[in-house]
Write a protein of this length. Structure first.
Lengths: 448, 312
């Protein structure tokens, strides 16, 4: 009779019933969502505070530049001195006062313009003011060169270079960053999962050793089955936890957004166009929506199913490799404090993979370093997944690299599980002193 | 087939250390077989081989006439010396799990657990966690878990450690009643008084080798040295002693003059005690006559000492 399902079931139940596991599972989404809501709420609070700025315009220019907008109102002062204007601004609690002196030409007006405020003004406000004045200056200069305001309005449009790959696929700027984020998220998820649940596997093995139930159990089942049951049961508990996090997190987020009446768009930090030119703003908005469509198009064009498929393949293999190492470590030691010397070399390749991913893969997804690390079995689950958003085949990961990487990974998986099972088998019945690497090597040569 | 387990020239090495060297055993059915030996002699390794936790490098083990294979696990119950249970798991669930690992169905395991829990008066512990129980209580659960699947062969490694005398006695009775019902039992220990009480057969393992085995009564016969303890009631002990010294070898003597009681230890050339009895019967009132039989403990110590001398 196969006892593996029994072991998996016990490990799973023991894990999900564990108090700290339950607390973690249900508290984390609340904390996360709470934090997101707090940030969003504070951002919105910041945004909704409408700034009122006084304008004392003694010049002949800037009649149309300072127009009241969603975030800022401009109040024009007329026929008062600068000192009076300052007083009124302060008394009325305005954010600040922009002063444009009477000078013969625009150039000099701009040079001698001042912004007065109670405290140091915020960068966004200054940016806005500066942009307005810069725009006006440019317009003036072009008019001097013989351009009518209408022509100027037509001329001023933002520009994005069109990008295309050699085989004619249209590309857009910034999509690489999005791909990097998606690939990075996959890689990071795998690393976190391995470290957290590998640790659980290790502690569970140590618990069986210290409670001395281990010999009772392996007189009924093979140590290999116990090890695999433990790894699988723990990972199922982990997947349950992740599932609960995703579902409850999403629900909580929407509930929270509804309760606090926060616009979901404010979470996605899109800078609104702040150009003073109303006419050109329309063009910008068009360009923006077009861009958004392009991004959406690109994201839909990502090999989503291939990525998910390979995510699962790399996730399963990577997790099995690492958690069997963790199980072997747990078996080799008597208590958790002794694990440090063995844990570090395990975490090292994971960290390396993440760093290589962020610094090398994103800048050059098909460079030699990226290729090497996506073939090396201890880093490939993370690095290869970071490369995959750039596609498979032409322009992306060559098929041979993908196949080679998986073959190496499977071979390593078999090798490592074999070694780990040996160490595990000997280790679980060894008590007393902390073993050295040399001793672990000796265990490998013991016949079962 | 009259043997539940036969080990044939079993050798096991760990690296350069030989844990067992050509050990052969024959464990008769429906008996209690004592596996004796000092710490580190190789008893646990042998037991682990029987349980297929580890496998012999050379030699073979036969269970009930068949070469030992994984199906036999369900017919063997093992209570290891280093034992424990999951601390944070409930007693009932834990026992069910371990019984299912031995191949029992859930409903059958439940039924038998209820029976055993009643028998040992531990019925209300079902929902308790092991960490809430005392060590002795946990040991009782452990015992139940070991015997629950009604194995043909039970292996107890130091079963009484951790029990108070009352509970140790309860467990001893259970072991005897299991034997009555046909179970064969291997009993590994270095506590000789329990060997004397329980075992019909013993094997002595020392420094990875079996140095003695057989029926306990036969071994005792082989080890007896024809020393008799004699108690006499006599008034002229001096004359009697003088006369005796010519005929027999007196090892010790003591005389209580108020009771006229003479106690002697006498070495005879053989176990033929008729001659000395008729001799004494004619001269004094014999009120005590017993052959000193060596205890298992004496045999244990003596054999190991001899073995050590041989080695030197």
């Amino acid at each position: 009779m196969n006892k593996l399902p029994l072991i998996i079931k016990r490990e799973y139940i023991a894990k999900v019933r564990n108090k700290s596991f339950v607390v973690m599972t249900f508290l984390s989404p609340i904390l996360m969502v709470g934090m997101i809501l707090l940030i969003a709420y504070l951002t919105q609070l910041n945004d909704t505070e409408k700034k009122v700025i006084g304008v004392l315009n003694e010049s002949d220019y800037f009649a149309n530049e300072f127009v009241t907008s969603e975030a800022t109102s401009y109040i024009n002062f007329q026929d008062i001195t600068l000192a009076q204007a300052k007083d009124s601004t302060m008394n009325m609690g305005f954010y600040g006062l922009i002063y444009l002196p009477n000078e013969p030409n625009l150039e000099r007006v701009a040079q001698r313009a001042f912004f007065y405020s109670k405290d140091a003004p915020s960068a966004t406000v200054l940016d806005k003011l500066e942009n307005s004045i810069t725009g006006r200056l440019r317009q003036e200069r072009l008019q001097e060169l013989g351009l009518s305001p209408k022509e100027y309005a037509e001329m001023d449009r933002s520009y994005n270079i069109n990008i295309e790959t050699f085989d004619g696929l249209q590309n857009i700027k910034g999509i690489n960053e999005i791909k990097a984020i998606i690939g990075g998220a996959f890689g990071y998820l795998i690393m976190m999962f391995i470290i957290i649940y590998g640790g659980f596997v290790m502690r569970s093995v140590i618990e069986e050793k210290t409670s001395r139930i281990i010999e009772v159990i392996i007189s009924s089942v093979k140590p290999f089955h116990l090890m695999m049951g433990k790894i699988i049961g723990t990972s199922l508990a982990g997947i349950t936890q992740f599932g609960i996090w995703i579902i409850s997190g999403t629900i909580l987020l929407f509930i929270g957004l509804a309760i606090f009446d926060i616009d979901p768009a404010s979470l996605t930090n899109n800078d609104r166009m702040t150009s003073g030119m109303v006419s050109s703003a329309n063009v910008d908005v068009d360009a923006l929506t077009q861009n958004i469509q392009l991004y959406a198009q690109e994201i839909f064009d990502l090999p989503i199913f291939a990525m998910l498929f390979f995510f699962i393949v790399y996730f399963v293999l990577g997790y099995l490799i690492y958690s069997s190492i963790y199980a072997a470590i747990g078996a080799a030691v008597d208590n958790e404090t002794d694990t440090q010397q063995f844990i570090f070399p395990v975490i090292l390749p994971l960290m390396l993979a993440i760093y290589v991913g962020f610094f090398s893969v994103f800048s050059n997804p098909n460079g030699p370093i990226a290729v090497a690390f996506s073939l090396f079995p201890l880093t490939s689950p993370i690095v290869m997944l970071m490369r995959l958003p750039w596609g498979i085949g032409e322009g992306g990961v060559p098929v041979w690299q993908l196949i080679t990487s998986i073959v190496i990974l499977i071979a390593t998986f078999i090798g490592i599980v074999w070694v780990a099972a040996k160490i595990y088998r000997v280790g679980i019945l060894m008590y007393g002193k902390k073993p050295s690497y040399k001793e672990l090597y000796k265990w490998l040569k013991y016949s079962s | 087939m009259s043997h539940i387990l036969v080990a044939n020239e079993v050798t096991k090495q760990f690296g350069s250390h030989t844990a067992l060297k050509n050990v052969s055993l024959e464990i008769p059915k429906n008996s209690i077989y004592g596996l004796l030996g000092p710490n580190g002699a190789g008893k646990t390794t042998l037991i682990r081989i029987i349980n297929q936790i580890t496998f012999p490098d050379q030699g073979a083990v036969y269970f009930d006439g068949e070469l030992l294979k994984s199906e036999h696990i369900a017919q063997i119950g093992y209570l290891p010396e280093e034992r424990g249970l999951y601390k944070s798991m409930k007693v009932g669930e834990q026992a069910l799990y371990l019984a299912q690992l031995k191949g029992l169905s859930k409903s059958e395991a439940k039924k038998r657990l209820k029976y055993w829990f009643e028998r040992l008066e531990i019925g209300d512990w079902w929902n308790k966690k092991i960490q809430e129980l005392s060590k002795g209580m946990a040991q009782k659960i452990q015992f139940v878990v070991t015997v629950l699947h009604e194995p043909k062969l039970l292996i107890f490694d130091e079963p009484f450690s951790g029990f108070d005398p009352i509970n140790a006695n309860i467990i001893k009775e259970q072991i005897l009643s299991l034997k009555e019902n046909g179970t064969s039992i291997i009993f590994s220990t270095h506590r000789m008084e329990s060997v004397e009480e329980l075992c019909e057969y013993i094997a002595l393992i020392h420094k990875s080798e079996k140095i003695l085995d057989g029926k306990l009564s036969d071994i005792k016969k082989a080890y007896k040295n024809n020393i008799f303890e004699i108690g006499l009631e006599t008034r002229n002990q001096e004359a009697l002693l003088l006369e005796m010294k010519d005929k027999f070898q007196i090892l010790t003597q003591e005389y209580d003059s108020t009771e006229n009681q003479l106690n002697l230890r006498v070495q005879l050339p053989s176990d033929q005690s008729g001659e000395i009895l008729s001799f004494l019967g004619a001269r004094a009132n014999v009120n005590g006559f017993i052959e000193t039989i060596p205890s298992a403990n004496d045999i244990f110590i003596k054999t190991i000492k001899n073995k050590n001398i041989d080695h030197e």
